[in-house]
Design a protein around this ligand. Structure first.
Ligand SMILES: O=c1ccn([C@@H]2O[C@H](COP(=O)(O)O)[C@@H](O)[C@H]2O)c(=O)[nH]1
Length: 235
């Protein structure tokens, strides 16, 4: 698989029309992420549209609830036939296990391959300072991210979402058969915005990321296709 096929473009827009406009401008993109904003506004219509266009889909709904509830959500989401699905590792091990089991059941019942279930370790918008003083987590940030990735692995998940700044260490400990998806990726020429723990696309891949998620550097650019091409050239 080429590096460009491992870049997932985040469709963080408020309507189906705006999503279609972006997808049309980015014909070379093979993998799109649908997050809370677009899914809440369009429901499954955006997933049907992407599947009709033979695109791969990362459904990033970041489930966070008790075991019975995340299991129900995963069972239902399994029928969409998406490729990746997210849950917060902070749900705890029993909820992660229940979610993973329900995803398999849901996929079997729907007759489609199960999505890879990946856990959010620590949002890429959080700083070490916030971790310590707002969230009151008494661990250093890399140690905390590693702990959450290992929790996900022990619960039988397929991988984790982490910042590119932590992926090298997480990869070393979790091994090559665990998937790492990194948002918070910024080309040197793009604005950081609310992302706090970034690396460039080339640095993120060389640190061990399997997939990168990139949104605004492409989707908010005056010419999204040119921004995409520039990122691919720089790799
Ligand atoms: O820790 C996380 C988990 C998910 N995201 C999502 O990735 C994209 C990033 O978009 P940019 O515009 O490139 O910042 C966005 O959809 C987030 O919901 C994340 O950033 N960090």
């Amino acid at each position: 698989m080429s590096n460009s096929e491992k870049i997932i473009v985040a469709l963080d827009v408020p309507s189906l029309g705006e999503a279609i406009a972006l997808i049309d401008k980015l014909p070379e993109v093979t993998f799109f992420k649908v997050g809370l904003e677009l899914f809440v506004s369009t429901g499954a219509d955006i997933l049907t549209l992407l599947k009709d266009r033979q695109k791969r889909i990362f459904l990033d709904l970041k489930f966070h609830d008790i075991p019975n509830t995340v299991a129900g959500a995963c069972r239902a989401a399994a029928s969409y036939g998406v490729d990746l699905l997210t849950i917060h590792a902070t749900c705890g091990k029993s909820a992660l296990q229940a979610a993973a089991a329900a995803l398999q059941e849901g996929a079997e019942a729907a007759g489609c391959p199960p999505p890879k279930l990946i856990a959010i370790t620590l949002l890429t918008s959080i700083t070490s300072r916030q971790l310590a003083f707002e969230l009151k987590i008494p661990l250093e940030l890399p140690e905390y991210a590693l702990h959450m990735a290992l929790l996900a692995k022990e619960a039988g998940l397929d991988g984790a979402v982490c910042s590119p700044q932590e992926v090298e260490q997480l990869r070393q400990t979790c091994g090559d058969d665990f998937l790492f998806v990194c948002p918070g990726v910024r080309p040197s020429w793009a604005e950081a915005g609310d992302q706090k723990r970034s690396l460039t696309p080339a640095q993120a891949f060389s640190s061990g990321a399997d997939y990168l998620v990139i949104g605004r550097p492409i989707t908010a650019a005056a010419d999204p296709a040119a921004a995409w091409a520039r990122i691919c050239d720089e790799l």
